[in-house]
Design a protein around this ligand. Structure first.
Ligand SMILES: [Cu+2]
Length: 170
């Protein structure tokens, strides 16, 4: 029966297609995992869910530079907030403060991590509270590599890292 495998393949393909989840418009860009641009890879962008009606939030991610040349993250934008800035934390007189920075260095052969307590993407004037399980696009502009849009996954209010990965769990 030479035609059976073909028919089976069609049936299987149809079955698989029917099982594909219907994704929301926000989730259609990419998964929230890895995003590549030239020598740069952006890993696991994430944010915390908003506490109550807080109008500010932050996004975190890791940028790996596989190339030899240094680059810099020089611009950020996202439709979820009225203003988006690159920030760092500084401690002055024992108090942790946030300060706007013009760029985050991404050295060649190294990585740059935006984490709670360090550099972060500041979301100012959130148009709506960030809810756990949601995703939103974040556009990153690099001095040399250019511009890429990544998908930020919103974790719980108490999230300390990207929820999609389990290998860092302690
Ligand atoms: Cu900040």
């Amino acid at each position: 029966m030479p035609r059976l495998p073909g028919a089976l393949a069609v049936a299987v393909a149809a079955g698989v297609f029917a099982l594909l989840p219907v994704s929301s418009p926000q989730a259609q860009q990419h998964g929230a995992g890895m995003h590549k641009l030239g020598e740069l890879t952006v890993e696991s962008p994430w944010a915390r869910a908003s506490a109550g009606a807080a109008r500010a939030g932050a996004a975190y991610l890791k940028i790996v530079n596989a190339g030899a040349e240094n680059d810099r993250l020089i611009g950020v934008s996202a439709p979820v907030a009225e203003r988006v800035e690159l920030h760092t934390h500084t401690i002055s007189e024992g108090v942790m403060r946030m300060r706007k920075v013009d760029a985050v260095p991404v050295p060649g052969g190294k990585s740059a991590e935006l984490t709670p307590g360090g550099h972060h993407v500041m979301l100012i004037g959130l148009r709506a509270p960030l809810k756990e399980g949601e995703m939103f696009p974040l556009t990153l502009t690099f001095d040399k590599a250019g511009t890429m849009t990544v998908t930020v996954a919103v974790g719980s209010i108490a999230a300390r890292g990207p929820g999609m990965k389990h290998r860092d769990r302690k």
